[in-house]
Design a protein around this ligand. Structure first.
Ligand SMILES: NC(=O)c1ccc[n+]([C@@H]2O[C@H](COP(=O)([O-])OP(=O)(O)OC[C@H]3O[C@@H](n4cnc5c(N)ncnc54)[C@H](OP(=O)(O)O)[C@@H]3O)[C@@H](O)[C@H]2O)c1
Length: 258
């Protein structure tokens, strides 16, 4: 058995922020089905418990290899959230092979109508918390990367990071910053096996995009499972494959609109 086989044999651990519903929950299901030990976070304890219960009830092909999902109640806007999340994961004896920066919020308004407190809230939840979590997680990520195996940071950015959408300036600015964070992290840490990817989807059918249903039917949106498939593929790749940014578009003439 070589070093890679040893890496594949051990249980890999992941943290998925905002893992209680939407894209995050789809990612958690995928990782759990693939045998990962996953810690999930969110503000709503009942929502987290419901997510854990729904996953625990699964009977899919990977059910035998399932590890319990660990819920951590945390508001990403709180300064102590990153430390508490990382401590809970480590205290459960889990390695940090993947950190999925998924928790996020968005409130639309045109720039002229956007109060600074709204920008501050987007910044706190979508970027500042993600930056702090990555920063504090780097030692654990470096430790998890071994042999050909990478430790992956996957940030849920947005199409608005690469193409503007009127009314989403505050949201898009924080999502563009996540792309930059992943690119710089790769420049600093990829040689040590810590590899970052920003996923930039157009509209995905979740609670967050429900406001859009007047213009765009839920059935026309990207599926959360599509994004989970991407995450599942990224975490199987060797440390020699660096994909700084993946744009996921919807069909039609306006490919690069959200
Ligand atoms: N849906 C889309 O069209 C779309 C497109 C591109 C990118 N994205 C991005 O993908 C990510 C997931 O989006 P989604 O559509 O799955 O959203 P969602 O269905 O609204 O789920 C958001 C998740 O994040 C958690 N969350 C929200 N605010 C939080 C906070 N302050 N602290 C901690 N957790 C928080 C929520 O749990 P609690 O409410 O319990 O805190 C929930 O688990 C977001 O970063 C979003 O910006 C979404």
């Amino acid at each position: 058995m070589d070093a890679d086989d040893v890496g594949a044999a051990r249980v890999r651990g992941a943290i998925v922020t905002g893992g209680s519903r939407g894209i995050g929950l789809a990612v958690v299901r995928r990782l759990v089905d693939d045998g990962w030990a996953v810690t999930i976070t969110g503000r709503d304890a009942a929502g987290l418990d419901a997510a854990v219960d729904s996953i625990g009830a699964g009977t899919g092909a990977g059910a035998a290899a399932r590890h319990p999902v660990l819920p951590v109640v945390a508001d990403m806007a709180d300064d102590d959230a990153p430390e508490r999340i990382l401590a809970a994961h480590a205290d459960a004896g889990r390695t940090l092979d993947a950190l999925v920066l998924n928790a996020g919020m968005g409130h639309g308004s045109r720039i002229v109508d956007t109060p600074l407190r709204r920008l501050d809230r987007h910044y706190a939840v979508n970027l500042r918390a993600a930056f702090a979590l990555v920063s504090q997680a780097i030692p654990a990520l470096r430790e998890a990367a071994s042999g050909a195996s990478a430790a992956r940071v996957i940030a849920m950015s947005s199409m608005t990071a690469v193409m503007p959408e009127p009314g989403l300036a505050a949201y898009g600015a924080t999502k563009a910053a996540l792309v930059s964070l992943c690119e710089t992290l790769n420049a600093e840490e990829s040689a040590a096996g810590v590899i970052a990817t920003a996923i930039c989807p157009g509209y995905v059918d979740t609670d967050m995009s429900a406001w859009k249903h007047g213009d765009l039917a839920a059935g026309e949106m990207i599926r959360p499972d599509d994004i989970a498939e991407l995450v599942g593929a990224l975490v199987r790749m060797s440390r020699y494959a660096v994909m700084p940014k993946i744009v996921v578009s919807r069909p039609g003439e306006g490919l690069f609109t959200a």
